[in-house]
Design a binder for this molecule. Structure first.
Ligand code: FE2
Ligand code: FE2
Length: 267
């Protein structure tokens, strides 16, 4: 089973960029199942229904993160949104699902979203306890976990704790791709952060001047550019359908739809 995972999509500009990249590589790479993190799609925070619906046209599963509720409108549609996976370990939110089983080519794929604790503000149940309980109750061989957090060491600890128990622990939230994608000893794919999909030459997807004005001078409003050169960060995984282990993995990086290596300057 070949899975492609897109990191945090920031703004509609990111959605369009992912759609374009996917159209050009999905068949070439023989991708079976697409997962995308949608927590920043609607103007940089949260996910409105119209954006969910647009993303759901090309993503098979959509995960979230700390911005799961940045647009209240999610309350109105989450129970009908059968591709949406919000954080499983929220203490004060009951709507929707934090772990879902999808079917692709007759194979079950479980997708789970978990919020980390370090440097995060949400009230959550302990991530390790939450996933521990889930893996002891579930039977699917293929289980992909989007672990959404700020701390690289917390994410690495989580990866090692669940090596051999889930197919992949894929980090999201920082929007910056880390150079540590690997298959752990017992077959679990791990990456501290996949990186984001959105406007290039920005501060994690947000207009760089607006971020500097706001953060440094407390002036104006931070915004996502509506049109800009784009970048797309994703991770490709080949998963053994019998035991759920990952046999191959490779991060991809695109600027304006063209595959690039990190370090190559676009400007
Ligand atoms: Fe994000
Ligand atoms: Fe986040």
């Amino acid at each position: 089973m070949r899975v492609l995972f897109f990191g945090d999509i920031v703004g509609h500009v990111g959605l369009t960029a992912v759609s374009g990249v996917l159209a050009s590589i999905k068949e070439k790479l023989h991708v079976d199942f697409v997962i995308a993190n949608g927590e920043n799609v609607s103007k940089g925070k949260g996910l409105l229904y119209k954006d969910y619906a647009e993303l759901a046209q090309f993503a098979d599963a959509i995960t979230l993160g700390n911005h799961y509720h940045s647009k209240d409108a999610i309350d109105g549609y989450i129970k009908y949104a059968d591709k949406l996976v919000r954080p499983l370990n929220l203490l004060h939110y009951e709507k929707g699902e934090g772990s879902r089983v999808f079917e692709c080519k007759g194979v079950k794929i479980r997708v789970t979203n978990i919020l980390a604790e370090a440097f995060m503000n949400e009230a959550v149940k302990k991530p390790i306890d939450t996933l521990d309980k889930l893996v002891s109750d579930c039977e699917e061989a293929i289980h992909i976990v989007d672990f959404h957090g700020e701390s690289s060491s917390e994410k690495q600890i989580f990866g090692f704790m669940f090596d051999g128990l889930v197919s992949a622990v894929i980090g999201t939230h920082t929007h910056v791709q880390t150079a540590d994608a690997r298959i752990l000893e017992k077959g679990t794919a791990y990456m501290t952060d996949v990186g984001y999909c959105g406007a290039y030459d920005t501060v994690i997807g947000f207009d760089k001047d607006s971020v500097i004005d706001k953060i440094v001078y407390d002036a104006g409003r931070i915004y996502v550019p509506t049109e800009a050169p784009t970048c797309v960060n994703c991770l490709l995984l080949d998963i053994d359908e019998k035991d759920g282990s990952v046999t191959y993995l490779r991060p991809y990086y695109f600027i304006n739809g063209k595959e690039r290596n990190y370090g190559e300057s676009y400007l």
